[in-house]
Write a protein that binds this ligand. Structure first.
Ligand code: AHM
Ligand code: MG
Length: 336
């Protein structure tokens, strides 16, 4: 009665991570505590997102409320919740958020050994129409928490300890890797707990879907243009690929992870470095892809091997199924 056992033996995200961390004898639960604060932020955003339409309907958004305070935009509010949750965990020393120009150095009294880079609410153009949006995060360990500098956050993605995202969609799903495969947890709203629903996610070796903003096609470079042409008009007798593009990185990457295929945000003439940000978009998603058996490429190199020089640096990215990314790598290699 395995199904019965699963229904009654709930694998919460905290229990799962505690199990994983018990492999490390030196672990003192710091990571579990940090993660539970991230999870709290995700639950807050999930709840706020589900009420966003309602708040608008009854005239809350963008207007002053009863206390005479200006209502905060959902992305600004989400950022404040994450920053406060992370600082109060006592386990972080430096934070990088898409919403903050500068890195946030945590007060020495509250410092811990982790650095968290995050985008609290990505895909904001999708908020007002109720389409899926998400939170993305990457976690590093800092060498010396009493002497933290900007260099400590400008590390290549290969140094990342853990990464994940939470998707606020038809259900709320948190996908996490601590460097030992990828697992997905779904929020049970009646319990307020994320329960393991997608153990050990592996991306299909090859997919049937490509995902890109084709509106930028006139500015693409030759390898990207050639690749997308091949998706539509394959020359090897295979069927054309389907196109799916939501315009929320978390949703597009989540579908790619589960169904296979490729997600592209290439460079173009107008944006020579693409659009997506290295520290809190490209790195965490690349880490998850590799951990699930896929690949992530920038057009020049393995995405995780980038060494960022600026907090909000951008990079082109091609990520997804092993074989599909292999094809785009070949096109860029023959170009140079
Ligand atoms: P945002 O940080 O302004 O929300 O932009 C990031 C989003 C990603 O979620 C998504 O992959 C991309 O922008 C879509 O960009 P475009 O509208 O150029 O296709
Ligand atoms: Mg973003």
């Amino acid at each position: 009665h395995a199904a019965e056992a699963q229904r009654t033996d709930l694998m919460t995200i905290t229990r799962h991570v505690l199990n994983e961390q018990s492999r490390y004898p030196e672990s003192r639960g710091d990571f579990t505590i940090l993660l539970s604060h991230i999870v709290l932020g995700c639950k807050f955003v999930a709840s706020a997102v589900s009420k966003a339409g309602l708040a608008k309907l009854i005239g809350l958004a963008g207007e002053t409320n009863v206390q005479g305070e200006e209502q905060k935009k959902l992305d600004v509010l989400s950022n404040e919740v994450f920053v406060k949750a992370l600082v109060s965990s006592g386990r972080t020393c430096v934070l990088v958020s898409e919403e903050n120009e500068e890195a946030i150095f945590v007060d020495p009294a509250l410092r811990g050994k982790y650095c968290v880079c995050f985008d609290p609410l990505d895909g904001s153009s999708n908020i007002d129409c109720g389409v899926s949006i998400g939170t993305i995060f990457g976690i590093y360990m800092i060498k010396d928490k009493d002497n933290v500098t900007l260099d400590d956050v400008l590390q290549p993605g290969t140094n990342m300890l853990a990464a994940g995202y939470c998707m606020y969609g038809s259900s709320c799903t948190l996908v996490l890797s601590t460097g030992n495969g990828v697992n997905g947890f779904t929020l049970d709203p009646s319990l307020g707990e994320f329960i393991l629903t997608h153990p050990n996610i592996k991306i299909p070796k090859k997919g049937k879907i490509y995902s890109v903003n084709e509106g930028n096609a006139k500015n693409w470079d030759a390898p990207t243009a050639k690749y997308v042409e091949k998706c539509k008009f394959p020359q090897d007798g295979s069927s054309p690929k389907s196109l799916r593009y939501i315009g929320s990185m978390v949703a597009d990457v989540h579908r790619t992870l589960l169904y296979g295929g490729i997600f592209l945000y290439p460079a173009d003439q107008k944006s020579p470095n693409g659009k997506l940000r290295v520290l809190y978009e490209v790195f965490p998603m690349s880490f998850l892809m590799e951990q699930a058996g896929g690949q992530a490429f920038t057009g020049k190199q393995r995405a995780l091997e980038l060494a960022p020089t600026k907090l909000h640096e951008r990079s082109p990215v091609f990520l997804g199924s092993h074989d599909d990314v292999e094809e785009i790598k070949a096109l860029y290699a023959s170009e140079s």
